[in-house]
Design a protein around this ligand. Structure first.
Ligand SMILES: C[S@@+](CC[C@H](N)C(=O)[O-])C[C@H]1O[C@@H](n2cnc3c(N)ncnc32)[C@H](O)[C@@H]1O
Length: 247
C-alpha cells in the first residue's frame, strides 16, 4: 500500500507512547483520516487527546484549514510542538492546548469546529455521555471516533436478569477499570476510573446523540495485517465516521 501520509522518518516514531509500529501508524492515518479526507480538507479540526501531535500533523498534510490539539500532559504538548515545527508545519495553522478535553470543550463555541477527532480516548474516561453532550453542543459536521471496545460477553441469563419491564432492549454495557496514570497514554486527572464500552453501546450512543454513522471497514482486502492491526481486524478496536444529521 502506498500511504498518502508516511510516518517513516518522522519524530513521532520516537515520541509516540502508544503502539507505534510504523505499519500501524500508517494504517491508522490511512483508514481514519486519508479515506475520510472530505471531513478534513479545508476543515477546522479539533484533535482531542492529541498526544504528540501525530494526527494533528496528518490533518495538516491532508489540507485541514486549522487544527487545535488538546492534551493535558505538558510533556506531550512540548513534543507535539517540537514535532510539528521540525516537520515544517505552518505555525498559524495549528495550536496545542494543555487542557483536559472536558474543560476545553465546555469553552468551545457552537460551530467553532467542523470536525472533531476522538482517537484513543473514549475508553480512557468514565463519562462518555458527558463527552458526547459537550461534542454535540458544538454541532460539528463530523466526529471521527476510534476506540477499543470491551469484548467481554455477558451470558444470556445475566442479560435477562438485568432486564426490567420497561426495558425494550439492552443497548450495551461498559466495564470499568482503574488505570495507572504513570503511563502517558492513560487517563489524566483526579480519577483513574475509566469505562470501556462494548461495540453495541458505542453504536447506541452515536445513534442516541443524533449521529448518522458508518463503521470504518478495517477488513478491506487491501488492509494487510502483519500483526500490528489485529485488534482492528478482530474488532476489539473499532472506528466510525459519524455525521451530524441536519434537523
Ligand atoms: C491512548 S492515547 C491516544 C493518543 C492518540 N489520540 C492516538 O489515538 O494515538 C490517550 C491520550 O489521551 C490523553 N488524555 C488522557 N486524559 C485526557 C483528558 N482528560 N483530556 C484530554 N486528553 C486526555 C493522554 O494523555 C494520551 O495522550
Amino acid at each position: 500500500m502506498n500511504f498518502t501520509i508516511e510516518y517513516q522518518n518522522t519524530p513521532f516514531l520516537k515520541t509516540c507512547r502508544v503502539k507505534k509500529d510504523i505499519n500501524r501508524l500508517n494504517y491508522r492515518c490511512e483508514m481514519l483520516l486519508t479515506r475520510n479526507s472530505h471531513a478534513i480538507r479545508n476543515k477546522r479540526v479539533l484533535d482531542l487527546a492529541s498526544h504528540d501531535g501525530l494526527f494533528t500533523y496528518a490533518c495538516l498534510k491532508l489540507g485541514a484549514q486549522y487544527v487545535v490539539g488538546v492534551e493535558p500532559r505538558s510533556n506531550l504538548v512540548s513534543d507535539a510542538n517540537e514535532n510539528l515545527k521540525s516537520l515544517g508545519c505552518t505555525e498559524t495553522q495549528y495550536k496545542f492546548v494543555i487542557d483536559d478535553a472536558f474543560d476545553y470543550l465546555s469553552e468551545v463555541e457552537e460551530e467553532q469546529f467542523d470536525t472533531i477527532l476522538c482517537f484513543g480516548f473514549f475508553y480512557h474516561i468514565k463519562n462518555q455521555t458527558e463527552l458526547l453532550d459537550l461534542i454535540t453542543d458544538i454541532k460539528p459536521r463530523y466526529l471521527i471516533l476510534d476506540t477499543f471496545v470491551e469484548d467481554f460477553q455477558l451470558p444470556e441469563a445475566e442479560l435477562h436478569g438485568i432486564r426490567r419491564r420497561e426495558t425494550k432492549k439492552i443497548a450495551g454495557y461498559m466495564v470499568f477499570y482503574h488505570e495507572d496514570q504513570d503511563f502517558d497514554m492513560a487517563s489524566f486527572g483526579s480519577s483513574n476510573l475509566v469505562g470501556m464500552p462494548n461495540k453495541s453501546l458505542v453504536e447506541s450512543l452515536l445513534l442516541d446523540y443524533g449521529f448518522k454513522f458508518k463503521q470504518i471497514n478495517w477488513n478491506d482486502e487491501d488492509v494487510i495485517d502483519r500483526g500490528e492491526i489485529k485488534d482492528y481486524k478482530k474488532q476489539t478496536r473499532v472506528s466510525y465516521i459519524a455525521e451530524t444529521v441536519d434537523s
